[in-house]
Design a binder for this molecule. Structure first.
Ligand SMILES: NC(=O)c1ccc[n+]([C@@H]2O[C@H](COP(=O)([O-])OP(=O)(O)OC[C@H]3O[C@@H](n4cnc5c(N)ncnc54)[C@H](O)[C@@H]3O)[C@@H](O)[C@H]2O)c1
Length: 328
């Protein structure tokens, strides 16, 4: 069995490759080629946390995977990720677990890459400005994914915690310097989204984190954070302004995400407003962006196929390059 740490993964796998892996995952999912039962969610109310088990199987890739991802929001105050996780990769021909990967990092990569894939497919080609709301565990990968798919001049970042915001901005300007994009701290989400062509929200908020009436024409908005019915970071106004609304998986989103469930329940939107899944755009079954003026919304809650495809690609590259720790 090959144990792959974050550093091992970084050595062999880039964000651009993660975006391509997610595109493949969404395509497999839309073709019905992946078996992805809805995730099992066991809550741990004593610690305000939840255990999530995400299995998946893709016969044509001869592999299965399960991610154990435990969401403990209070961890951020202890200086550890709020979503600790491992991915177990399983050989589809023998059922043997062949690799254990740092699931926190795989999650960050594939979740950033989901927004990256959506921006790559749906955003204006000439996008120059980005906005990022939230600077927690997922934020760095979200930021890098934006930069990996569009040549951006600047990304303005906002977080309720000024301390975290400033530390994040300083660190990202160093770590992601090779992209040539200026990362700046905004004083409000209004300031961050003004002029932004790409907007990513990645917070566990239960109330909207941006003003949807202030998003500019032609923008593409990816909302990543809300995964329970009471969670809502997306201002529903943006749904009424958007000409197209896409999902990673409409079924998964409708099973859990307040971002969509709340405005559906109060009649702000109906299911007729939904355009479909990103994988269907990739397959050419439904249209993507049709002009530079339309506002497009993408909502992702994450599907197991992303973990499986990303983990398999990482594992194959690590094996080829002799990276990782062999455990017998
Ligand atoms: N879609 C997916 O596939 C996927 C995958 C992993 C995590 N998530 C979800 O994404 C969310 C973010 O994850 P994380 O690990 O980065 O969380 P985190 O707890 O590490 O950080 C969240 C950040 O959001 C900030 N924040 C909260 N409310 C805000 C507001 N109103 N305005 C600005 N900033 C605000 C907090 O200050 C914090 O810095 C969580 O809800 C998580 O469950 C989604």
């Amino acid at each position: 069995m090959l144990l792959l740490s974050k550093e091992d993964i970084k050595q062999v796998f880039t964000m651009k490759e993660a975006v391509e892996a997610d595109k493949e995952a969404f395509t497999l999912f839309s073709k019905g080629k992946s078996v992805v039962p809805l995730r099992t969610n066991i809550s741990a109310p004593k610690h305000g946390g939840a255990f999530l088990f995400m299995p998946s199987y893709v016969e044509e890739m001869e592999c299965a995977a399960i991610k154990i991802v435990n969401v403990f929001p209070k961890n951020i105050d202890k200086g550890i990720p709020s979503t600790p996780a491992q991915v177990l990769l399983i050989d589809g021909t023998t059922g043997v677990v062949v690799s254990v990967l740092d699931g926190t990092y795989v999650t960050q990569l594939r979740t950033g890459a989901a927004s990256g894939a959506a921006f790559d497919v749906l955003a204006r080609k000439d996008a120059k400005k980005g906005a990022l709301i939230g600077t927690g565990g997922q934020a760095a990968a979200q930021l890098e994914a934006m930069m990996a798919v569009r040549s951006l001049d600047e990304v303005k970042v906002f977080d309720l915690s000024e301390e975290r915001l400033n530390a994040f901005v300083a660190q990202m300007n160093m770590e992601l310097a090779s992209y040539g994009t200026k990362v700046t701290a905004a004083k409000s989400s209004d300031e961050a989204i003004a002029d932004a062509d790409l907007v990513t929200a990645v917070t566990p908020s239960t109330k909207p984190v941006f003003d949807g009436s202030k998003i500019k024409e032609g923008a593409t908005v990816s909302c990543v954070g809300s995964y329970q019915p009471h969670m809502q970071e997306m201002d529903p106004v943006i749904l009424t302004r958007a000409s197209k609304i896409y999902f990673d998986s409409e079924e998964a989103v409708l099973s859990e995400a307040g971002d969509i469930l709340i405005p559906l329940a109060d009649g702000t939107i109906t299911k007729e407003d939904f355009t479909g899944d990103l994988g269907d755009v990739l397959l050419g079954k439904i249209a993507g962006r049709e002009n530079d003026k339309e506002i497009i919304v993408f909502k992702t809650v994450g599907i197991g196929t992303q973990d499986l495809v990303t983990a398999k690609k990482i594992y194959d590259k690590a094996l080829a390059k002799g990276v990782g720790t062999v455990w017998n």
